[in-house]
Design a protein around this ligand. Structure first.
Ligand SMILES: Nc1ncnc2c1ncn2[C@@H]1O[C@H](COP(=O)(O)OP(=O)(O)OP(=O)(O)O)[C@@H](O)[C@H]1O
Length: 308
């Protein structure tokens, strides 16, 4: 199936002379959740803004459902929903009107039943007649999402959807994203919360200094780059790693009380069973064994650190 969003050799230099995107290639598949991770200033918002037709690219092409984002702007804009980082709302309008007008602005026929469903899904229905200026920051963020959903986009961009929101709103958002995906919406989100990407994304893209460092299926990425570590706590400390354990490359830590063994998650054989039997053959008594695996955050920090 052709990708729903296709980005080719996309570049952007701002008037200041700063190059925010340096030849980005990215295909986004229909129905997936792609999380874009990158430090501040990496170029995420610039890329999203170009796809949404808000920023003009310096070079390259972007198509959405086969339509060019510049030549077929109206068409692509009607397919895309954008929930921006900044709260751009008219303080004196009510929740209901804000969301219903947004649908009209995108050329869709009024559909009060749909607006009601969206507001209920976002726990905003109670507040439908409230003026936006009387809403909390978290509630206003829900309104931004409701606005973007009001015209039933096929592709939804969420730029830092949960920045500064409380834990319950974050969980609600994740559930909402899950429901939208189930209804066939493609979702691209940027986030600084790596656990958010770990929790909800199908694929992870890492962007730094205007370049995509990688785009990979989340599980494959964790399997490929994630390291697992086994720590063996010894009943009695040892002065050195016994000779019999040298093939395992274990390290001695904490004054000889712990042995640390790193293995590859992707490896079919971890070697743990043979390591433990080698330990007992070497006469070492084990008090406790624990494993830890590197998180997406460790992987991200390692990648972005290398890209500097
Ligand atoms: N209108 C502009 N004029 C000049 N430079 C800009 C403009 N907009 C963005 N930039 C610069 O381009 C770079 C990329 O910014 P962008 O907002 O795309 O990053 P980001 O990855 O979304 O960062 P953040 O995580 O902080 O939102 C930054 O260095 C920013 O200062």
């Amino acid at each position: 199936m052709a990708p729903i969003v296709s980005i080719r050799n996309l570049t952007k230099s701002y008037a200041t002379g700063f190059t925010a995107l340096k030849g980005v290639d990215l295909d986004i598949e229909e129905g997936e959740i792609l999380a874009l991770l990158g430090p501040n200033g990496a170029g995420k918002t610039t890329m999203i803004s170009i796809v949404c037709g808000i920023v003009t690219p310096s070079g390259g092409t972007v198509t959405v459902a086969g339509n060019d984002v510049i030549r077929d702007f109206r068409k692509t804009r009607s397919i895309i929903g954008l929930v921006p980082q900044e709260l751009t709302l008219d303080a004196f309008e009510t929740v209901w009107n804000t969301v219903a007008f947004s649908r009209g602005l995108h050329g869709c026929r009024p559909d009060p039943a749909l607006i009601e469903r969206i507001l209920r899904d976002l726990s905003l229905y109670d507040k439908k007649d409230t003026m936006l200026r009387h809403l909390s920051g978290g509630m206003r963020r829900r309104v931004l999402i409701a606005k973007a959903l009001s015209y039933e986009p096929k592709v939804l961009f969420l730029d830092e959807p949960t920045a500064g929101v409380d834990v319950s709103l974050r969980k609600d958002m994740w559930q909402l994203v899950e429901r939208l995906r189930a209804s066939g919406v493609t979702i691209i989100l940027t986030t600084h919360y790596i656990e958010e990407a770990e929790e909800i994304a199908d694929r992870i893209g890492v962007i730094n200094h205007g370049e995509i460092l990688l785009v990979e299926d989340k599980r494959a990425l964790m399997a490929k780059l994630g390291r697992k570590q086994l720590t063996v706590e010894l009943a009695e400390p040892v002065a050195a790693v016994p000779e019999a354990l040298s093939p395992y490359g274990v390290a001695l830590r904490d004054d000889g009380t712990r042995l640390v063994y790193e293995f590859d998650r992707a490896g079919e054989r971890t070697g743990i069973a043979s390591l433990l039997s080698a330990l007992s053959q070497a006469g070492l008594r084990v008090r406790d064994v624990s494993t830890e695996q590197s998180s997406l955050e460790d992987i991200f920090v390692a990648l972005v650190g290398e890209g500097k």
